[in-house]
Design a protein around this ligand. Structure first.
Ligand code: NAI
Length: 349
């Protein structure tokens, strides 16, 4: 079914508030979940509300956390999240990074001990809106085999970049470091369809085309994706002194405990390196050149990263955001959650 943006956001906010989150935090998380859904990132939108509500209700997200930002150098800082809402901690810490980058030219801000922060492109976009370039990356729960391995070690460890242009376009390159999200495997299961053998492996670590045999996911681009995934864990895990690799908490193992995840924001002011107006003009020019390129067979055009998400948003702006009926029914129900996630395996089964 289709829901108007404001209505969807309000329903999510009300549910998370009812679960115990303070109003200002429920406001931020529902805004970012709506941001994801309206861009077609449904894996990180309303579908997550029931899980968050269960975790909040069971004490695994601090509902009124003591956030603390500590400057550790002229261009560095640590934001302590007290296992509060990851969305709020990631947003507030990006605000600190933006402020610092405007003052010093560059900012590196570590975010410690937070819960899940969703679609991280949102935080990169915050910086791009301020004419800054951002990179943000974070840990995720282990469900990916390292290159050559048979057991999960890393999470889908996403990375997002945000870059401004001279017009309203912003490049938001926002990706998990796995070939496909777990949601795509679930989709294939529900449709009884095989998956390409490049997506996932079975219990032995061998590639599988049967979505029911999937034990773990595969990194993008073989050894290179594995290396990238490792670097995300180094920068947002080991470097921040939070659990790393296979020690990162599972999303569904124990919903009464904080997740202690890490995230890192790097924000750069391009005006410290070149004239800002030429930077933005050249960014726009490069997007124009890409868009004017003759597409290859089977493609209608060359898109810039984030463009297709904006096309989906434009469609939803007119007709409402697409939401699965079951999710809508949950959102309008009186129930906070149905006890569906606690102590489940990494795929919430
Ligand atoms: P995706 O595969 O849909 O897109 C990845 C990137 O590629 C995007 O920037 C997209 O604009 C670009 N792209 C895709 N198709 C394109 C095309 N045809 N031409 C040009 N560019 C194209 O995204 P993915 O990897 O499935 O991630 C989805 C969301 O999940 C992201 O928002 C990510 O931050 C979030 N995520 C969050 C995690 C967390 O633990 N917080 C873990 C993993 C993902």
């Amino acid at each position: 079914m289709k829901l108007e943006r404001a209505k969807l956001k309000q329903l999510m906010k009300d549910k998370l508030h009812k679960a115990g989150l303070i109003d200002s935090h429920a406001e931020v998380i529902s805004e970012i979940l709506t941001w994801s859904d309206e861009r077609g990132y449904h894996s990180h939108g309303a579908v997550r509300v029931e899980y968050y509500a269960e975790r909040i209700a069971k004490g695994g997200i601090t509902t009124n956390p003591e956030f603390k930002f500590e400057k550790t150098g002229p261009a560095s800082g640590v934001f302590y999240g007290d296992n509060g809402c990851g969305y709020v901690a990631a947003k507030l810490s990006m605000e600190e990074a933006i402020k610092m980058a405007k003052e010093t030219g560059v900012a590196v801000v570590g975010v410690r001990n937070i819960s899940h922060s969703g679609s991280i492109g949102y935080y990169a976009e915050m910086a791009a809106k301020e004419d800054l370039v951002a990179i943000t990356l974070c840990q995720s729960d282990p469900m990916v085999v390292p290159y050559g391995g048979s057991e999960s070690y890393y999470g889908t460890n996403p990375i997002a970049f945000g870059v401004p242009t001279a017009d309203e376009r912003k490049v938001i390159f926002d990706m998990a470091t796995t070939v496909q999200a777990w949601g795509k495997i679930l989709d294939a299961r529900s449709k009884n369809k095989p998956i390409p053998d490049t997506w996932a492996v079975d219990e032995e670590g061998d590639p599988t085309t049967d979505p029911r045999n999937v034990a773990n996911l595969l990194p993008i681009a073989g050894a290179k994706g594995y290396g990238l995934m490792m670097m995300v864990d180094v920068l947002s895990g080991i470097m921040l002194g939070v659990p790393f690799g296979k020690h990162v908490s599972s999303m569904y193992a124990d919903l009464s405990k904080g997740r202690d995840l890490g995230q890192l924001h790097i924000v750069i002011d391009p005006s410290r390196f070149t004239d800002i107006e030429s930077f933005k003009k050249n960014m726009s020019a490069s997007l124009d050149e890409l868009s004017q390129m003759k597409p290859s067979k089977g493609n209608d055009k060359v898109y810039y990263p984030g463009e297709r998400a904006l096309l989906r948003k434009a469609k939803y702006d007119n007709g409402g955001v697409e939401i699965v009926d079951d999710i809508y029914n949950y959102l309008i129900s009186e129930d906070i959650h149905f006890n569906r996630y606690d102590h489940k395996n990494k795929f919430a089964e």
